[in-house]
Design a protein around this ligand. Sequence first.
Ligand code: ZN
Length: 477
Amino acid sequence: MPRGIRLCTYILSGRARHIRSMTTTLHADCALVAGQWQRDVRVSIDAAGRIASVHTDALPQAGDQRLSDRVLLPAPGNLHSHAFQRAMAGRTERRSGANDSFWTWREQMYRFVDRMTPDHLLAVAALAYVEMLEAGYAAVAEFHYLHHAVGGAAYANIAETTSRIVAATETAGIGLTHLPVLYQRGGLDGRPPAGGQQRFACDADRFATLMSAARDVLARTRPDARLGVAPHSLRAVDSGGLKLAIELVQGGPIHIHIAEQTGEVDEVLAATGLRPVQWLLEHVPVDDRWCLLHATHLDDAEVASLAASGATVGLAPVTEANLGDGIFRAVDFRDAGGRFGIGTDSNVRIDLAEELRTLEYGQRLQRRSRAVIADDDYSNGRVLFDAACAGGAAALGRASGEIAPGNWADLLTLDRTRLDLAGVTGDGWLDAWIFSAPGRVVRDVWSAGHHRVRDGRHVEREAVEAAYRRTLAELTG
Ligand code: ZN
């Protein structure tokens, strides 16, 4: 059987398994509910995958799924992913010039993109999403810019690659906020997209058609899927493009890369006289629907005005370290009342605990101090985990981030039998998981009520991994 058909058959069978038809009730010895650690917690999940009720100090009843020796937590959303880049992970660590940088990495990425077919994209994204679930994420905001065929010609179905992303989320069973990217130009000087960028490029009409087609595709998938939009960056989109994106998304989430590299700050400053975040806040009505990705290089005024805007800052500390971006002003932004969340971006590593640990360690190395993100009441692990939950929910526009009636049943458990979790309790479980436990201590993950990770392993890992291995052989052969 040709590989494409084999994948399609597999995906169709996967889709059938995602139809929930029953209510489920979980009983956990301990759980984090509405910001408090509670004992004997019963969580009922309705047929649609939403939390119907939460009861504390409740005895287990017949038919309950018992979560013994586990801690039940809300599962955060991953607020930033380029799934296709998972296949490049670990393959860009050779020096490509005297000064290897984000910009030389980007050239490698463009060359890689030119090998990728829609079938490849499906297989790579499915593996990335399986790994995200295993790491503890229940949903993903996919910042999707690989729209067209090599050279920039549209596929017969303009939403071809969007369909593959949606199929990959169905295979893995992860919640999706899909963000089609608007990419108009190769730089602030207005030069046209060139080389690998041609696969991303859209003018206004093409992008409007693409957004409409994407909306149709999402209407046929899980009910928790959402459509957002992603004007790529101030380099790639002009003010007319920003206006268009805001119109087309009809109230959905809006994500943009911004101030990730000092080179980008310099380019925007030279072209407009303003720094990138300053320019955006002065020209566009940024509010809590917005997620500004990275925002690494901010001055004091930008820290204050960005926090006041209500937007979420989307951090991806492992990718930011890998690409040498710099260190986000997390403490200043937190003190100004700003909200941030966590994503996996290039997917060079897919590990929620590592993202949170890397964020804290960057702050420590910069400030030569310890327990930087912690506050007077809560530990590092607790503050970081709460931020990931709240920031992920806001950025994905997803009712989640807390174990509460009405939210999607996005849940995870930590395995309390693991040595590193022995002898601790409450926030200590989060600290032990994030800062000390080797490997993964995430034992179960549910996404909108679908129980996709059991005993630390995704239920479809074997098949998805096999398809990924075949794809990688083609991509790197
Ligand atoms: Zn990105």
